[in-house]
Write a protein that binds this ligand. Structure first.
Ligand code: PAF
Length: 280
């Protein structure tokens, strides 16, 4: 497996692959890889001749008071795991390689204005900008994203459609710990007590799935889920919401496919979780 720090290195490696007619899968990450990322790399390896993992903590998607500086990093471990899962190249640029006094950003309206976009107003502009840049640098045939960041996945699908990227976006299932907690690099911030408290998210997901399957309204789904989270003293709800699966706007009645998503602070750590519900 190769590693590259510059855009030019990636371009010349990918150019050689394309000359040989090989297909390329991209797995964009911010590093500190866990089993969720591993599942994306494995899937990309199964579906493409070559796999590029980008490992870049993207400064433009963090707000001023967020965890850019403390975000966990372990490049050597990331390389080992990427190689084990079948990656051919890890792209690990410095921020200065990716951003030279930028004045151009990619923004998406409507879908970025609800859920996480309310508390993190510049987040999706940063995500869309860096993902567009990665698409332009790597020119993949397919790109892989986790369903855990469901709003991000919906936004990237829409961006690709709107901007005619011609890249297949593959959404992959949430990977959970044995006790149900969704895998996240930010789980490392949790103390032992907070780690136990964080289980209220997956318990709320389970409850929400039961209530929605019984044909109840969004309000009933939300109140059943909120009750579980509010019973946990260390938890503070940022949002719990039922939205249209495509445009991310709140819905009262579950008449078409929806996303039920939440963000909850456990102590100072903000965790997200969700499930999708398809109307038959
Ligand atoms: O999901 C992430 O880790 C990031 O938002 C992404 C897609 C790698 C962009 O920085």
């Amino acid at each position: 497996m190769k590693t590259a720090n510059t855009v030019n290195e990636v371009r010349s490696i990918v150019r050689e692959w394309k000359k040989q007619g090989l297909s390329v899968g991209l797995v964009p990450t911010m590093g500190f890889l866990h089993e969720g990322h591993a599942s994306l790399i494995k899937r990309a390896h199964e579906e493409n001749d070559r796999v590029v993992v980008s490992d870049f903590v993207n400064p433009t998607q963090f707000g001023p008071n967020e965890d850019l500086e403390s975000y966990p990093r372990d490049f050597e471990r990331d390389c080992r795991l990427s190689e084990e899962m079948g990656a051919d190249l890890v792209f690990h640029p410095e921020p200065s390689e990716m951003y030279h006094d930028p004045h151009t950003y990619v923004t998406i309206d409507t879908l970025s204005e609800t859920l996480c976009g309310v508390t993190r107003p510049i987040h999706f502009r940063g995500v869309c900008t860096v993902v567009s840049k990665l698409f332009n640098i790597v020119t993949p045939d397919r790109a892989y994203f986790g369903q855990k960041d469901a709003q991000q996945l919906a936004i990237i699908r829409k961006m690709v459609l709107d901007m005619n990227y011609g890249i297949e976006i593959v959404g992959c299932p949430i990977i959970r710990e044995e006790d149900g907690l969704a895998k996240s690099s930010r789980n490392t911030y949790l103390s032992e007590e907070e780690r136990k408290a964080a289980l209220c998210l997956s318990r709320a997901v389970k409850k929400g799935q039961e209530v929605i399957s019984a044909g109840c309204s969004s309000e009933s789904v939300l109140s059943a889920m909120k009750k579980i989270i509010e019973a946990e003293p260390l938890a503070k709800i940022d949002y719990v919401s039922v939205v249209d699966a495509l445009d991310m706007q709140p819905v009262d009645k579950v008449e078409k496919d929806v996303l039920v998503a939440m963000a909850v602070y456990i102590g100072k750590t903000r965790l997200i979780d969700n499930f999708s519900f398809e109307v038959a």
